[in-house]
Design a protein around this ligand. Structure first.
Ligand code: SF4
Length: 748
């Protein structure tokens, strides 16, 4: 290191693995970026995306100044001009159309950013629109719903205790590339190797021989969208062969008999022709799961983004419960996060559970889940006439023009809005439709704390990162921008006192905690607590409060050895809070105080599952699935030069037998057509995909004329969501069907 260089520590905000990074800087440049070997959780692991944070910081296309569209062109303006324009355009819509005339879309990066995570919720609480959409309904909401119905909150999700398991069965997941999803597991490759070294086994079930499947001990092909059938066959076998062992959970679980009865019609012989997995293999999986000393089933994106996403997600944990592996070391366990986990609030062991359908979308009548409507409904809610239609949209760190089904229709609908404002790092395929774009800050200019991913971590831990770089003067933090938007929709105008608004945010949280019986600060003086927090502002103050009043906190002096943000700041590599520990019944928040294994809406959906016809009856039609790349991050990070080297990644994988039948040649273009649209994509012939299935990765299609992504535009790829269908949903959760989309393919 030269005298002008400095070392900083920062948790990577890009994906769920949350790796600790060591960043060497000189001035405003990153000189070197590597894994922090002393990080208590990731211990030096890093992937290529993490090393690219420096290029993101200096990317000339990253927006630094607000933009306003004037006469069809974006022009840079000051922050005050931008907020004045938002006030001028949004207020009449609010006055005439009411709150529901303004929709909000929150993208995936929101949950990776402390400011956005906490203050987007403040904006929503103040706006009170019914039209809330997020990336959850093209991703994980089925798992959240299934878990919510069983355990009582939408974020009480069991994760594999990989470091102690002997048998890991994974469906529709590729953690070798993702490093986990709804499962924070940095260095999955190393942890898998350790599992295998101690004699354990990993089995991957996937329509594609993914990188995870290559590294597993066994790979089983399955037809897209039929994971629920396979899992039902496994659960049926556990019952039929007397392999059910509830163990410690027996007195804490209800609905076993109902589940057994409901699964009667799913013996392996019945589900095998549907899912394409031999019945004997299904029985083997059930026996392996039941007899391994420590075993766990994990399902992810492929099990969610399908027509039976909620049923499949539920069956994952049904198998974990029946085989005696839920809430047991080496099985599927529940992390205990240090701050803001719903399953650490309220009285332990009982709660109100989760409810859905408290309102429905205007056009299609789709039910709300977790306070949001399916994003697949967004286009029709803008297009369809009526006084109560969506007239304005606020997007926050989202790119629905690439990420949501029938993207062509949504892109046209965005142009029908009367006003659109986006908070984003880039002028991209979505924000090009906006009237005002407010730039976010470089991730390296913000402090960082993982609110969400500590709730899914394979080991309990807590870390805080201060900013690596000083921010550009006058560039507000994202939370300040969101509070300014909140002030506008609250009728206080663009010059609202956001410090006062922020004061209300923390005061309401403190008041709630001192009034809650189960809180460690119950009955304390709210003013006294607030005065102890007075040296901080914004999200750091919220986190300090959450840590101190959380399960490991110092309770503002009552537990002197407990956590506070100051204590955490003194541990720059983080604090290890230990291996996951059994938490049932303490973490349950269901009305019965038990694991409710037989939720009525899910059991009712099994009739639909039983009606699915064997694949042979579909006449050999092709179906489309997605895939993930280590160097892509959904639709963004494609503008980072170091991540765009190598051979083109946006290709269509097709099996040699299908390629021969259709006359497709490697490297040539094929036209892929679905009900929703058509794309021309280069062909890659590989036996890593099963016959009858083709795969195109999502997040591409950077060829839009107004976007400003110079590097991405050189290799734009095609938008797979031109092909996905906005009318195909998992009816329980509202999640889009993005895997198993019927397509035809023709050589060009
Ligand atoms: S695995 Fe995820 S968190 Fe870790 S360095 Fe890569 S992008 Fe960052």
């Amino acid at each position: 290191m030269t005298p002008s260089q400095e070392k900083k520590l920062r948790v990577c905000p890009l994906c769920e693995a949350t790796c600790g990074l060591e960043v060497t800087i000189a001035g405003n440049e990153v000189v070197q970026l590597r894994g922090d070997r002393h990080d208590v959780f990731s211990q030096g692991f890093i992937c290529p995306k993490g090393t690219a944070l420096g290029q993101l910081h200096t990317d000339p296309d990253r927006l630094r100044t607000p933009l306003i569209r004037r006469h069809g062109q974006f022009v840079p303006v000051s922050w005050s001009e931008a907020f004045a324009e938002i006030e001028r355009r949004l207020s009449p819509i609010l006055a005439e159309g009411g709150r529901d005339a303004i929709a909000v879309y929150l993208g995936n990066p929101v949950v990776h950013n402390l400011s956005l995570m906490i203050y987007s919720q403040v904006l929503l609480r103040i706006l009170r629109t019914q039209n809330v959409y997020t990336a959850s309904t093209v991703d994980q909401i089925p798992k959240q719903l299934a878990s919510g119905l069983m355990f009582g909150t939408f974020t009480t999700i069991a994760v594999p205790d990989i470091d102690r398991t002997d048998y890991l069965l994974m469906l529709g997941a590729n953690p070798h590339v993702s490093n986990g999803s709804l499962w924070t597991v940095p260095d999955f490759p190393g942890r898998l190797a350790a599992l295998q070294k101690r004699g354990g086994r990993c089995v991957v079930v996937d329509p594609r021989r993914s990188r995870s499947a290559e590294k597993a001990d066994r790979h089983i092909f399955i037809l897209p969208g039929t994971d629920a059938h396979l899992l039902a066959g496994i659960a049926h076998t556990l019952f039929a062969e007397g392999l059910v062992t509830l163990g410690r959970l027996e007195p804490h679980t209800s609905g076993i008999a109902e589940v057994e009865a409901a699964l009667q019609s799913f013996p392996p012989e019945a589900v095998s022709p549907v899912c394409g997995v031999p019945s004997e293999t299904i029985r083997e999986l059930a026996r392996e799961l039941a007899t391994a000393e420590h075993a766990v089933v994990y399902g992810r994106i492929g099990t969610c983004t399908q027509a039976f996403g909620t049923v499949a997600s539920w069956l994952v944990d049904v198998c974990n419960v029946l085989s005696g592996n839920l809430d047991e070391p080496g099985g599927a366990m529940f992390p205990k996060a240090a701050a803001l986990a719903a399953n650490t609030f309220g009285a332990p062991g009982v709660g109100q559970g989760v409810r859905t359908g408290r309102r429905h979308s205007r056009v299609r009548g789709a039910p709300e889940v977790q306070g949001e409507l399916p994003v697949a409904c967004l286009a029709e809610e803008i297009e369809s006439a009526g006084d109560d239609r969506i007239r304005a949209l606020i997007t926050v760190a989202g790119n629905p023009a690439l990420s949501t089904p029938n993207a062509t229709r949504l892109q046209k609908a965005l142009d029908q809005l009367e006003f659109m404002v986006s908070l984003d790092l880039y002028l991209n395929e979505t924000t090009q439709h906006a009237d005002v774009i407010l730039p976010g800050r470089s991730p390296l200019e913000d402090s960082h704390f993982d609110v969400v991913f500590n709730q899914f971590a394979c080991r309990n831990n807590v870390r805080f990162s201060p900013p690596v770089f000083e921010a550009v003067p006058d560039h507000p933090e994202e939370w300040e921008t969101l509070l300014r938007l909140a002030g506008i929709v609250n009728g206080q105008g663009p010059d609202a006192d956001i410090e006062a608004l922020d004061g209300l945010v923390i005061a309401s949280q403190v008041q709630a905690a001192v009034g809650a019986d189960a809180s460690p600060i119950h009955g304390r003086d709210a003013g006294e607590i607030l005065s102890e927090l007075a040296n901080r502002r914004g999200p750091e103050r919220v986190i300090d409060f959450a840590l101190r009043s959380g399960p490991y906190g110092d309770a503002f002096g009552a537990r002197p050895d407990g956590l506070s943000l100051a204590r955490l700041e003194a541990q720059p590599h983080g604090i290890d809070l230990g291996a996951l520990e059994p938490r049932v019944p303490e973490l349950l928040r269901t009305p019965s105080g038990k694991i409710e294994l037989a939720p009525e809406p899910i059991l009712a959906d099994l009739d639909r599952l039983a009606e699915v016809q064997p694949a042979a009856s579909r006449g050999g039609a092709l179906v489309l699935i997605g895939r993930r790349s280590l160097r892509s991050n959904n639709s963004w990070m494609h503008n980072i030069p170091v991540l765009m080297t190598g051979k083109p990644r946006c290709t269509m994988h097709v099996h040699p037998s299908d390629a021969q039948r259709l006359g497709l040649e490697a490297g040539a273009l094929a036209r892929v057509t679905s009900r929703a649209g058509s794309v021309d994509v280069p062909v890659e012939v590989t036996d890593a995909i099963m016959p009858g299935v083709v795969s195109i990765p999502h997040g591409w299609g950077h060829d839009q004329p107004e976007s400003r992504l110079g590097v991405a535009a050189e290799r734009p790829g095609v938008n797979a969501n031109v092909l996905t269908d906005e009318f195909e949903l998992d009816p329980l959760s509202g999640n889009s069907v993005l895997n198993g989309v019927p397509v035809s393919v023709q050589a060009l």
